[in-house]
Ligand binder design. Structure first.
Ligand SMILES: Nc1ncnc2c1ncn2[C@@H]1O[C@H](COP(=O)(O)OP(=O)(O)OP(=O)(O)O)[C@@H](O)[C@H]1O
Ligand SMILES: [Mg+2]
Length: 263
């Protein structure tokens, strides 16, 4: 049965991105629906972060175009929130945790306006959601890696966007926190937000995501998880890394058949 697709939230056409003339994304073409928790998987160097950066207008494209909410990025920027991959962030600046989260409010405040009480409440509430409210006054550089990651998630939440890009948000985050954050993301999606997450743990793909994009320089597959998370597409995405693949196969065999998650 062909699933009827709602109006796409994201449209990518013939996207090619190269660094030093070497293409790392090749002719990538897809649409994504709104109101879903969407995973992006693929091996290291597959171009996952590059794809998000290209969508966010942070790196030039060799060819192709991107539409978000049916429009160019500049028209819809304040509806979009981006959490970069951890290693790409400079953690050494002397700023408090609360101030980092308040940065998520700046686009709503306008330039040079001071945050109001309501903004601070939203920021504190976001910190509470990731279990970091006790650290609000701490300098960001004086947190552990997983704690910093949680603060950057809080900043994204404080932005109250419609569309979220999160590049490996669970890297270095402990299992309990990961579980709590996934519940939070599912709750956001139930309110018609769209959350796009670069993810490496194949074992949790079915549990977490409604929709999956599989990438390895080229687009391998894009669709509802139960349709595209198959051995065939996994092999195409990950090539010959068979140990990993057979582990996932075993896991999939053990799983109860219905993939539908209780919300
Ligand atoms: N600034 C850069 N200059 C040159 N090459 C780059 C640059 N950034 C990334 N690359 C290369 O582009 C390719 C895709 O990188 P990208 O960071 O998008 O991969 P990824 O899928 O996010 O990988 P990972 O799972 O390791 O985060 C890699 O081969 C990488 O070495
Ligand atoms: Mg990456």
């Amino acid at each position: 049965m062909v699933e009827k697709q709602p109006t796409p939230l994201i449209e990518i056409h013939d996207l090619t991105v190269a660094y030093d003339k070497k293409p790392v994304l090749w002719d990538v073409d897809f649409t994504l629906p709104e109101g879903k928790l969407i995973g992006i998987v693929g091996p290291n160097g597959a171009g996952k972060s590059t794809l998000i950066k290209a969508i966010m207008g942070l790196i030039p494209m060799q060819s192709g175009y991107v539409k978000l909410f049916g429009q160019g990025l500049d028209k819809v920027r304040d509806k979009i929130s981006y959490v970069p991959q951890r290693e790409s962030v400079d953690w050494d600046f002397p700023t408090s945790v609360l101030d980092v989260v308040l940065m998520g409010r700046y686009h709503k405040l306008g330039l040079f306006k001071r945050p109001r009480k309501a903004d601070k409440e939203i920021a504190m509430d976001s910190l509470r959601k990731v279990g970091m409210e006790a650290f609000s006054k701490r300098q960001i550089s004086k947190l552990s890696g997983g704690q910093q990651q949680r603060v950057f998630l809080a900043r994204a939440l404080a932005q109250q966007a419609e569309l979220y890009f999160m590049d490996e948000p669970f890297a270095g985050v402990d299992a309990a926190t990961e579980k709590a954050i996934v519940a939070l993301l599912k709750d956001m999606v139930s309110k018609n937000k769209t959350v796009i997450v670069v993810h490496h743990d194949l074992q949790s793909v079915r549990k977490y995501f409604d929709w999956l994009l599989m990438l390895n320089t080229r687009l391998v597959a894009n669709g509802p998880v139960d349709q595209v998370f198959t051995n065939e597409f996994l092999e195409e995405t990950y090539g010959g890394k068979l140990t990993l693949l057979s582990e996932v196969t075993e896991l999939m065999k053990k799983e109860e058949l219905p993939n539908r998650e209780k919300k």
